[in-house]
Design a protein around this ligand. Structure first.
Ligand code: UD1
Length: 315
């Protein structure tokens, strides 16, 4: 049994990590400021220590890492458009909190920090699939902030010998992804609209593509990264499926799964958007023994089932 801290553990991805860790018998502490997370995401999981607070506050970060062996750093404001509208708030959540956590983890002698990086770091790189050594090109404050976070990880490994690994996520989806804001992930928004019989908005022509990754896959990748041998330290590793789909095809697949007969409304493209995204996952295979556990359609079915189960019956 090991002792893990999951930052942002009350959020969508973080709560799945907590669930997996408790399922394997590990001790888990969560730190979350509940800006995008919810206590209800953890309600079904036993024996989780919960610390409410903002990691950018140094005292909170020090309290959070006390006695901890491994940190899964998921806490962030994970939205491209929100960062475009309010770069200061997302900078504090995505960079200040990360640096504060790293300092605290270094001083507390944490064995490894696994960081939730983002595929947005690649920007509109000319070549597909996106491979970790390609030049980065952030197109939004969010993308830049996530990239700075991973560079801080690497710097702490080089300067202070703190073991860190960055996992670059590619459009993660699944149960508990919150569809309630305009900043929510597209799959959660599309499913909610279809289940409620409303027309979702397609930003642009719908021909942009993404490597949509079911949440169980990134949980598996991150847990592997936390325990992998020392050679992974300081590395950046894509965790995704290695396949992509256009938003138009995604929408048709979701219509088929939900049985909803609704058309999308097409609007202008969104500022800061990447056109195509597809991961090369060979490094994750080589270094972590990772292979995607759940493929797109199966993941979409599980997610639709979860959304349907949380729907309030209409009177
Ligand atoms: C980006 C990052 C991803 C990060 C995520 C955090 C890339 C390639 N990916 O995802 O790593 O974790 O931010 O939010 O940059 N869309 C619609 N209608 C909607 C909502 C979205 O058409 O109602 C479109 C968007 O314009 C975009 C696509 O769907 O083209 C995906 O959007 P979203 O789910 O917000 O994620 P990304 O911005 O791709």
């Amino acid at each position: 049994m090991a002792f893990y801290l999951v930052t942002g553990g009350a959020g969508f991805i973080g709560s799945h990590m907590v669930e997996a860790l408790r399922g394997r018998g590990h001790r888990v502490r969560v730190v979350d400021n509940l800006v995008t997370g919810h206590r209800r995401n953890l309600a079904h999981i036993d024996e989780v220590e919960f610390l409410e607070g903002d990691l950018a506050d140094e005292a909170v970060a020090r309290r959070a890492v006390e006695g901890v062996e491994y940190v899964l750093h998921q806490a962030a404001i994970p939205s491209v458009p929100r960062s475009v509208e309010d770069p200061l708030t997302s900078n504090r959540a995505n960079i200040d909190a990360t640096l504060s956590l790293l300092v605290a983890a270094r001083d507390a002698g944490v064995k490894r920090v696994v960081y939730a990086g983002s595929s947005s770091a690649y920007g509109n790189a000319a070549a597909l699939p996106k491979q970790e050594d390609m030049p980065t090109g952030p197109l939004s404050p969010y993308a830049l902030q996530k990239l700075v976070g991973e560079q801080y990880m690497q710097m702490f490994t080089e300067l202070y010998g703190l073991s860190t690994v960055t996992i670059r996520y590619f459009n993660v989806f699944g149960p508990r992804q919150d569809p309630s804001s305009a900043y929510s992930g597209v799959i959660s928004l599309f499913i909610r609209h279809l289940v409620e019989g409303r027309s979702p908005t397609m930003h642009g022509d719908g021909e942009q593509t993404r490597d949509f990754t079911f949440v169980a896959n990134v949980v598996d990748g991150a847990l592997r990264a936390s325990q992998a041998e020392t050679a992974v330290s300081g590395k950046v590793i894509n965790v995704a499926t290695g396949s992509r789909i256009s938003l138009n095809d995604l929408f048709h697949t979701l219509k088929r799964i939900t049985g909803a007969n609704v058309e999308a409304t097409y609007g202008p493209p969104r500022a800061g958007d990447v056109r195509d995204s597809l991961a090369d996952i060979s490094r994750a295979k080589d270094l972590l023994g990772y292979t995607p556990l759940v493929h797109l359609e199966d993941g979409l079915r599980q997610t639709v089932a979860w959304f349907a189960s949380t729907q309030q019956p209409t009177a």
